[in-house]
Each structure stands twice: as C-alpha cells, then as structure tokens.
Ligand binder design. Structure first.
Ligand code: C2E
Ligand code: CA
Ligand code: CA
Length: 512
C-alpha cells in the first residue's frame, strides 16, 4: 500500500469515524473487544478498542480508488495521468454491477505560454498550485483530480447513476468560475481562465479509461480553438476533424519544405498618380492535386505544426529576392511588404535576422515593410514583441498596421509602436463610392491619420469608382483586385513592364 498524503489519511479517518457513528458500526465494538478480553484480559481489550478504528480506516474500499494512487505531481500534489486512467478503468468494470457511469473532464489554462513568458518559474508554480486548490474545492470527495503536463488538469468523475451532458456542463462551468477569481501575486492580481473538454463513458462505444481520456483530450483541443473559457463535449465528428487537421499539418509541413508554398505579389500604388509604391507578399500553396490553396486554408495547419516562423523566413527571403531582381532589371519598386505572425514577432533574434537578410540582398531597411495585425498592437503585448517592433523601426524598416479598424488599437499604442502607415481594412472600403456611411468612416480615419502624421493605404479596392472616391478623400496608397490580383513573380514582373509602358503609370526605367 502506498504512503497516503495528508488528504488521503484524512479521508480514511473520516470514513472510520463515519462507520463508527452508525448504530451498526457501534454494535461492532463489543464483537471485537469481547473476544479480546477473553483471550488477553483488559490490556488486550484496550488494544483492540484502540486498533479497531485504525483497522477500519485501512480496510480497502472499492468505491474510493484514491487509496490506490501511486504517484503525486511534484508541484500541486495532485494525482497523475495514470491514476486517472486506473480510476476510470475500475469505475467502468464496476459499472456493469452497480449501473453507475463515469467520465473525464480535461482543462487547460488559456494562453499559458504568455503567462510563462511574463512570470518567473516560481510564480508560475504558485499559479498552478492556486488553480489546483480551487479545482479540488469544486470536486466531490470521490472525484480524482490530476495534473497532466504544463497547465493541463484532468478530473475522473466519481461513478454516478445520473451523469449526463447537463451535469458535466454544470460542473465545467463551476470549475471555470472557481478558477476565474483573481490570483494575488505580490501586489498584483493575475486573471486566468480555462478551457474545458469532457467525455462521458455513456456516450462512447464500449470504452476503457485510456479511450475516455483521449476523447476528453479531443474535446479540449476543440474547446481551445474557441478559447478563452470555452467548454466542449466529445463527439465523433470532433475526432475525424482532428485527424484530418493533423494530416493537413503533416502535408503542409512537407509542402513548405519542398517548395510548393511560395510568395505571390500584389501591387500597391500611389492614389494620386497610380505609380507603384510597393508589393505585398502573400503566401500561396500550389498543391499537385488540389491546385492553388489560399492562406486562410493552410495557415492554421502551419500554425498547428509550429511552422509559422519558417513561413516568415521564406516570405522575407522571397520578398527581398524579388526586390533585388526588380532593382537589377531597372524597375522602380520602393518596397516589399511581408506579413508577420505573432510567433515570429516573439522571436528574440528577429531584428538580427532581418538585418542579416537585408545585407545579404544588398538592400537598405526602408525597402522592407512589416505588416503587423491591428490585434497585435491592440492587445497588451509581451515585452519581446514590443522590443522587436521598436528594433525593426529603429533599424529603418517600415511598420504597416494591417486590417486597421478591426482590432481596437489605441492611438497611444500606434505611436508607441512607431507605426508608419495604416492599412484600412477592406470592410470599410467596399462600395465606398456609393455608401455615405463608408465615406464618413474612412474620412474620419484619414483625418486621424493625418493628425498623427501616418501614411494611409486602402485595402481591397475592387473598382475604378472606389479608387476615384478614395483618391478624392485623400488616401495615399491603394491595393486591391481593381489594380491587380496577387501574382507569381514572373507575372508581377510582366505587370510592372506593362505599367511602365502604359500612360497610367509612367515609370522611369533606370539605366543599367
Ligand atoms: P491580409 O494581410 O489582409 O491580405 C490581404 C488579403 O486580401 C489577401 O488575401 C489578398 O489576396 C486579398 N485581397 C487583396 N485585394 C483584394 C480585393 O480587392 N478584394 C478581395 N476580396 N480581396 C482582396 P490572401 O492572400 O488570401 O491572404 C489572407 C490573409 O492571410 C492575409 O490577409 C494575411 O493575414 C494572411 N497571410 C497571407 N500570407 C501570409 C504570410 O506569408 N504570413 C502570414 N503570417 N500571414 C499571411
Ligand atoms: Ca497584410
Ligand atoms: Ca489586411
């Protein structure tokens, strides 16, 4: 028998006391002490009376599997994954006899990576302990809680006659509420939320403990896609979605490696004279069977595979190579823009890497625009992101605020991050030639930008009429299907050459 923790011992004593309190339990005392007296006199009777409750406490109890725990998590003192699986297996084998069913709830702290970047190791352990204590408080005595890896916790639900979807959701909500209270850390307060996935044995086909845990893990993954504070119950459709996502992740990783993913270039022009002011680099996957796949379909898979930085490296490299070639051909393309993911912006070596890439292509930093989503600037960003953006701006790169108008960036942050240009989101541009509300919104944005000394670019300009209206309102740059769609390098080069020879955009071919 393993050594029990404080809580286990406490439970055993409670159980012994509760047995003795019952009339039937009290009747047991003379049954034990009587023969002891006959055999060994008063001393034996006294020893028997003292030892009897102890023996009761140590007696195995089928319904309380806690006793069989073999391992404890070092940080929280909770059980571990194997204990949960064992508990579930035992509960399932008993359920044929007693009709009680079980299930597992998995939960993970949302955005735990961010917490880990913000706080030191000890504070993180303190947060985990607070979460585990709060979690335990919400449980019934016979539920078992465990810490899996990182910030993931699991609960094996004590077998019950009525364990349905509703009660599992209620329990998940109770857990979320208990954990949501602020956690005092020094003089500050930290707020954490958890996403929850659960799986009930009754909803699986002939399950074992391991299968219940796997199903709950799938439900947790699905909940995390809708984080923060989401709750999901396992379903079969969920499993097949996850399997197909995993296989897409593997496929997209191979595609990145063997050159199927490459940069397309969409021109940006000066609204006043339609001269090219730059190209935005947009990722495209040319799939051997499925044809051209847009980023919206493969970026989540790349993200899941942890390959966003690799994509970023590829895009920067291709953007700068394109500029180098256009320079060498004598085209005047002031800059190329690359979209930067959150993951890349967290890389402490980013500024050095970009500097090195620019040198390698023999280009000056102002030739590269870095597009940052408004949401990145709007959220309270991590120190490393702030340092990177400041470092890139100091180096001379241009910072473009992407999808402006969708992410609530404050004016303070726009200034703090040294944003040079805002890209007004397509949702404000559509039908601007006829829609007076759109005109009012864009005018307001343009006025604000002017006061702040920011350049402006309108995204998603599709028609000549929209283009004319935007030029009239005073927008500086434009990009959209109305000018040209994103194109592979060769087509973009042909387009540049046509612009140069046409009257609309009079380019000056450099000599050499
Ligand atoms: P985004 O940065 O806002 O890029 C603009 C999107 O609008 C592009 O979609 C572009 O093809 C599309 N677009 C341009 N003009 C028009 C127009 O006139 N009408 C309409 N309806 N759409 C227009 P795309 O290429 O599908 O990219 C979607 C998003 O994927 C991008 O939005 C960007 O956030 C992301 N993305 C694309 N490439 C990369 C990349 O290399 N790295 C990262 N991190 N994100 C990327
Ligand atoms: Ca963009
Ligand atoms: Ca955009």
């Amino acid at each position: 028998m393993p050594h029990g923790s404080y809580r286990e011992n406490e439970t055993r004593i409670e159980r012994a006391v509760s047995v003795l309190r019952r009339p039937a339990g009290l009747m047991l005392i003379p049954i034990v002490t009587g023969p002891a007296y006959l055999l060994g006199g008063e001393t034996a009777m006294a020893i028997a009376a003292l030892c009897f409750p102890l023996a009761l406490a140590l007696l195995p109890d089928e319904t309380n599997y806690l006793r069989q725990l073999v391992s404890r998590d070092r940080v929280t003192g909770l059980a571990q994954r194997d204990d949960i699986v064992l508990f579930l297996d035992k509960a399932l084998s008993a359920s044929a006899r007693n009709g009680r069913t079980t299930g597992a709830i998995l939960l993970e702290i949302d955005n735990f990576k961010l917490l880990e970047e913000r706080f030191d190791h000890e504070t993180i352990e303190q947060i985990l302990r607070v979460v585990s204590t709060r979690l335990e408080k919400t449980l019934r005595d016979s539920d078992v809680a465990a810490r899996l890896e990182g910030a993931t916790f699991a609960i094996a639900l004590s077998p019950a006659m009525r364990l349905d979807l509703e009660s599992a959701i209620q329990m998940s909500t109770r857990i979320q509420q208990a954990i949501a209270d602020p956690i005092p850390i020094g003089h500050a307060k930290v707020y954490v939320s958890v996403s929850v996935g659960f799986s009930l044995a009754a909803r699986l086909d002939n399950p074992n403990g391991e299968q219940i845990m796997k199903a709950a893990t799938s439900a947790l993954i699905e909940a995390q896609r809708n984080a923060p504070s989401a709750i999901r119950s396992y379903s079969e459709a969920m499993q097949s979605r996850i399997t197909s996502r995993n296989s897409l992740s593997e496929e997209v990783a191979r595609a990145l490696e063997n050159g199927q993913i490459e940069a397309y270039y969409q021109p940006q022009v000066d609204a006043a004279n339609r001269k090219v002011t730059g190209f935005e680099t947009l990722a495209r996957w040319t799939h051997p069977d499925r044809g051209l796949i847009p980023p919206i379909e493969f970026l989540p898979a790349l993200e899941q595979a942890g390959l966003m930085e690799n994509l970023g490296e590829l895009m920067v490299n291709q953007a700068l190579s394109a500029l180098r070639k256009w320079d060498d051909m004598g085209f005047e393309v002031p800059r190329a823009a690359v979209n930067f993911s959150n993951e890349e912006l967290r890389n402490p070596k980013l500024v050095d890497r970009i500097g090195w890439e620019l040198d390698r292509h023999n280009l000056t930093p102002e030739r590269l625009s870095i597009e940052v989503l408004e949401t990145v600037v709007a959220n309270r960003s991590e120190d490393v992101v702030i340092r990177n953006l400041a470092g890139l701006a100091r180096q001379g790169c241009c910072l473009d605020l992407d999808d402006f108008g969708t992410g609530h960036a404050s004016i303070t942050n726009i200034r703090r991050f040294s944003i040079e240009r805002i890209k007004i989101d397509r949702s404000f541009i559509t039908r601007i030639d006829t829609d007076s509300d759109q005109q009012m919104m864009v005018s307001a944005i343009l006025t604000m930008a002017e006061r702040l000394g920011l350049e402006t670019l309108a995204e998603g300009v599709e028609t000549d009429q929209e283009l004319d209206m935007l030029a009239k309102l005073g927008c500086h740059h434009m990009q959209g299907y109305g000018i040209a769609r994103p194109m592979p390098f060769d087509n973009a080069t042909t387009w540049l050459a046509q612009q140069q020879s046409s009257n609309v955009a009079p380019f000056h071919r450099k000599s050499g």
